[in-house]
Design a protein around this ligand. Structure first.
Ligand SMILES: *Cc1c(COP(=O)(O)O)cnc(C)c1O
Length: 485
């Protein structure tokens, strides 16, 4: 194997803190006490929790070593399809940590947090403009939460019209959260198949759309990385039978400043600020899933809403048709600041360019790897492309083996076995922040792995070889997790 990124070097073993601790060791020094100790509460005088005794350097080294076992966007390319693991500029973290923001209590009266309210008000406007919709709420805390909020809005819309509907159409190329969100709102998801081009046909939608269907949820671009080209026609069909069109906009990184969703028939959509708008994710930190709507759904948006009145910003609950609150306080405030800072620092021209580069990078990978790996749909893609292990199965090498082997070459594996419509899927999303050199290295790594698959399949069955943690028994890891180390 050619020497490559991240596969050589010193990675230190590290025991549990409990194994490192030594009775009496201490990580702080305080001035000598000049009063008698006096427990606040007699109850508290018993034994404390079983924390090990450690010095400061013990603790710092422990966590620094553990962090070096990890891989993130700041380490290298992380082409996890459908997740937009792009590099988030550090300046946006800096703005989010300004004392005026971090010190603001969510219950401050409006007159004492005009800056925070103004930031939220303007961010709503920017997102409304970027999507080409009419109004936005920032409350939902993640993509799937935004989907649920969107479903609640659709439900409120039909309720007001006294039209009880029980179903939502969800294509097989939708994100897995879509049917779950529809079901959580009490709707029955009705599946519809994509056509041989990997997109929805208007005919397939016309066949299932009826007066008992509240609407359709379309992931656009879809999970094959393809743009739903028939969306306008599909929206017409759904609207003509009284339904609404929901767009899962988690993949808006591909179309910022290019597609005006409000003009192609979308009534409501969510964005994932933690994908497109500069919040690092994947480690379980807070996300944000704003929902953008057309005018007909605006009265139902969650409260409180930030409103401008005579140059002042206030929080208003005065929306009698609102679906109510969907998050504690105002949502993920820190994530909003990063998105605001990102949008302001990029400007409209560069947001559009980011999308163009994301699409260019994905198409470059698609074209350069399509002779090496089986390409599921050979047509121009958006932000991601989907390959499969079809050509490698003859050597008994599967998608999982190749994904594991990529780690030896210093890359995070792509999304595998998703979307379900492609058997053995390998879904690659490079994002716009990768340079051509890094992408070329990724392509060369995949070519080398495919060669290994032919010549030495057992090598791949054992991969990864050089990582700190080798091939895991994934079933046991999920079913019988060993959380003690
Ligand atoms: C990531 C993603 C979601 C889910 O977003 P969360 O923030 O993880 O809830 C939904 N739809 C699509 C298309 C996505 O890529």
């Amino acid at each position: 194997m050619k020497e490559s990124l991240g596969t050589t070097g010193l990675i230190l073993n590290e025991p549990l803190l409990w194994e490192k601790g030594k009775k009496g060791r201490c990580g702080y020094s305080l001035p000598r006490r000049d009063v008698e100790p006096h427990p606040l509460d007699q109850e508290l005088t018993g034994e404390g929790p079983d924390f090990p005794d450690l010095s400061e350097v013990d603790v710092v080294r422990h966590y620094t070593r553990l962090s070096q076992w990890n891989f993130g966007v700041d380490t290298g390319m992380y082409p996890l399809g459908s997740c937009t693991m792009k590099y988030s500029p550090k300046t946006n973290e800096r703005q989010a940590s300004l004392l005026g923001f971090t010190g603001a209590h969510p219950l401050l009266p409006a007159r004492l947090c005009q800056g925070a309210l103004k930031m939220m008000f303007e961010l709503e406007q920017y997102l409304t403009e970027i999507t080409g919709m009419d109004a936005t709420t920032l409350q939902p805390a993640a993509g799937a939460h935004g989907e649920l909020c969107g479903m609640l809005l659709i439900h409120a819309f039909h309720k007001k019209k006294r039209s009880q509907r029980s179903k939502i159409i969800v294509p097989d190329t939708a994100h897995g959260t879509n049917p779950a969100s529809a079901a959580l709102c009490g709707y029955r998801p009705v599946p519809v198949r994509s056509n041989e081009q990997g997109i929805l046909s208007a005919e397939a939608v016309a066949e299932v759309m009826d007066e008992d269907t509240a609407g359709i949820m379309v992931t656009n671009p879809n999970t094959l990385g393809l743009f739903e080209e028939n969306i306008r026609k599909i929206a017409e069909i759904v609207h003509s039978r009284g339904g609404l069109v929901y767009c899962d906009g988690a993949n808006v990184n591909a179309v910022m400043g290019i597609v005006q969703m409000g003009k192609i028939g979308i009534d409501v959509m969510q964005l994932n600020l933690h994908k497109t708008f500069s919040t690092p994710h994947g480690g379980g930190g807070p996300g944000s899933g704003p929902v953008c709507v057309k005018n007909e759904l605006e009265p139902f948006l969650p409260v409180p809403r930030v409103v401008e009145e005579n140059g002042k910003y206030i929080l208003s609950d005065n929306y009698p048709e609102s679906v109510g609150k969907v998050a504690a306080f105002h949502g993920s405030f820190g994530v909003m600041i990063k998105a605001y800072s990102y949008i302001r620092s990029m400007g409209p021209k560069n947001l559009k360019k980011a999308s163009q580069l994301a699409v260019l990078n994905a198409n470059y990978i698609k074209e350069r790897l399509k002779g090496t790996l089986h390409l599921a749909y050979d047509r121009p893609c958006m932000h991601e492309c989907v390959f499969s292990d079809k050509h490698q199965l003859a050597h008994k090498v599967a998608t999982l083996d190749m994904a594991k082997r990529l780690m030896d070459y210093g890359f995070h594996p792509p999304t595998v076995y998703f979307p379900l419509v492609v058997q053995g899927a390998i879904m690659v999303e490079p994002a716009e922040t990768e340079s051509k050199e890094d992408i070329d290295q990724f392509i060369e790594a995949f070519k080398a792995i495919v060669k290994e698959a032919k010549e030495d399949p057992d090598l791949l069955h054992d991969a990864p070889k050089s990582c700190k943690v080798k091939r895991l028994d994934e079933v046991a890891a999920a079913r019988k997790p060993c959380l003690a180390g």
